[in-house]
Design a protein around this ligand. Sequence first.
Ligand SMILES: NC(=O)c1ccc[n+]([C@@H]2O[C@H](COP(=O)([O-])OP(=O)(O)OC[C@H]3O[C@@H](n4cnc5c(N)ncnc54)[C@H](OP(=O)(O)O)[C@@H]3O)[C@@H](O)[C@H]2O)c1
Length: 176
Amino acid sequence: MEIVYYAAASLDSFIATPDGGIDWLPPIEADGEDYGYHDFYASVDAVLMGSATYEKILRHAAWPYAGKPCWVFTRQRRYAKSNDANIQFTAASPDHIAEELEGQGLKRAWLVGGGKLAASFRERGLITTYGIGIVPTILGAGIPLLDARGLLEQLTLTGCQTYPDGTVMLWYRKAA
Ligand SMILES: NC(=O)c1ccc[n+]([C@@H]2O[C@H](COP(=O)([O-])OP(=O)(O)OC[C@H]3O[C@@H](n4cnc5c(N)ncnc54)[C@H](OP(=O)(O)O)[C@@H]3O)[C@@H](O)[C@H]2O)c1
C-alpha cells in the first residue's frame, strides 16, 4: 500500500499562513497548468485528511473528491456521520486506517494533509512517497508541512520537475 503525502509548500516549508490561508498558492487550472495534479489524482484510490484541512475545504469549495473514498481524522464527536457515503470520520490511529485500506484492496492513498496528520503518519513510518510542490514564496510563518515529530528519515529523490512560474515539483520515496 502506497501512502503519498502530496502537497504544496512555501520555500520555508509552510503549507498555509498562520490563519490557514492558501491564497498564495498558484491555482490548479482545468485547461492550463495543473502541475501534474489531474494525473496524480487519477492515480489514487483513497483520500486522507485531518479535520482542519477538511474544514478548510468545506469553507472554500464544493467537495472536490466526490466519488473517492475519504477518511477524515478527528477525535471530535460532533462529526459522527457524514451525509456523503464516501466520507468517513475516524478517531482511529493512522496504523489502523492504513491496515483498513489495505484490507479493502486499496493500493494508493493520497494523504492530503495537513502537517499535523502528515506528521502522525510519518512518525509511524507510514508515508511511502512524498510529492511536494515548492512554490517560490517565503511566508515567514505558517502551518508547517510536517509538524516536528518522529525520527530522522532518509529519502530517495525519484522525480523533479520545474515549471515556468518557478514552482518545483519534487518526488521522494522513503529509502529502503
Ligand atoms: N498547501 C497544501 O498543499 C495544503 C494541504 C493540506 C492542507 N493545507 C492547509 O493546512 C491547514 C491544516 O493543517 P493542520 O496541520 O493545521 O491540520 P490537519 O492535519 O489538517 O488536521 C489536524 C487535526 O486533525 C485531527 N486529528 C485526528 N487524528 C489525528 C492524528 N492522528 N494526528 C493528527 N491530527 C489528528 C485533530 O483535530 P480534532 O481531533 O480536534 O478534530 C487535529 O487537530 C489548512 O489551512 C489547510 O488549508 C494545505
